[in-house]
Ligand binder design. Structure first.
Ligand SMILES: [Fe+2]
Ligand SMILES: [Fe+2]
Length: 296
């Protein structure tokens, strides 16, 4: 296994991207592609409620963690995911003003919140509703692998960097991707510390690997069909851009990137992203970092 410094806690950076002052002007801000832009808007819409699910899933076990280092990393993980949600919500408001159905997608994924909060209140003990708690933690661990792979692809591909036309959306996605790498093993280490059986995370990965991209594509098409008049008139363009998008470096090889997760004894740190992470920490937040002035 790659030696990773476990006292390198995820850094919580409070950011200000200024979407209010300067909203994105180009509707198709991702490579001029209607499909890719709707897909990025969809991802941005589902991040805040999705990240809240991750936070609740991990927080349920906070009191059971005996390792103080892991408890500190969990605090960093929660802080980072909270700030991601806050910044994406600001962007989502701008995307909604541009005609993207971000509010609808956010609402859909928020549907678990009420039920989860009711259960947490009714059964606060971590020893109750064990299967349901594990179900959500398994989902979080699989989703965190999904986002770590996606983050690695974004940060290592000059082609993806060139596709992001809007500078502030690019800054937001690069910052988010960097922090996904910084905390990629936290939920997994909680999962291990609690002793959840391997089969829970493996079932979630089977689901994500088989249905993740088809679901995202289906909702991207729904987004276009319901809100984009120009898109409804250009079905051939939609199909062509969908194929192009699935071949771009953000998704290309995605299924094979998911595979290591299914190995017995897998740990996220076996995929060494330390050099990539250090490079972007310097590029964004070093002495000459591009996002130094974006920090609050
Ligand atoms: Fe995040
Ligand atoms: Fe994350």
């Amino acid at each position: 296994m790659v030696a990773v410094d476990k006292t390198d806690y995820p850094t919580v950076r409070r950011m200000n991207f200024g979407f209010d002052a300067q909203p994105p002007t180009n509707r198709y801000f991702a490579d001029g592609s209607m499909v890719f832009s709707h897909m990025i808007a969809l991802l941005s819409a589902i991040f805040p409620p999705g990240e809240e699910i991750f936070i609740r899933s991990v927080s349920r076990y906070k009191d059971l963690l005996t390792d103080p280092e892991l408890a500190k990393r969990v605090a960093g993980f929660i802080g980072q995911e909270k700030t991601h949600g806050r910044q994406h919500r600001e962007l989502n408001e701008q995307l909604a003003a541009m005609g993207y159905p971000t509010a609808y997608f956010e609402y859909l994924l928020e549907s678990t919140e009420r039920m989860e909060k009711f259960l947490d209140k009714q059964f606060p003990s971590p020893h109750r509703m064990v299967k349901l708690r594990r179900f959500f933690l398994g989902f979080t661990v699989a989703a965190e692998h999904f986002t770590a792979v996606w983050a690695e692809n974004i940060l290592k591909s000059p082609q993806i960097q060139a596709m992001m036309y809007d500078p502030e959306i690019k800054n937001l996605l690069n910052w988010h991707a960097l922090e996904e790498l910084e905390h990629k093993s936290v939920a997994f280490d909680v999962y291990r510390a609690i002793g959840v059986p391997e089969k829970t995370r493996l079932r979630w990965m089977t689901f994500a690997a088989n249905f993740g991209i088809p679901i995202l594509v289906a909702f991207t098409w729904l987004s276009i069909a319901t809100t984009d008049r120009a898109g409804r008139r250009q079905p051939v363009r939609i199909l062509t851009e969908t194929v192009q998008m699935l071949r771009n470096p953000m998704w290309k090889g995605f299924y094979s990137d998911m595979k290591p997760f299914t190995n017995p004894g897998f740990h996220p740190d076996q995929i060494d992203t330390t050099a990539l992470m250090r490079r972007w920490q310097k590029e964004l937040f070093g002495d000459e970092g591009q996002l130094r002035t974006h920090r609050k």
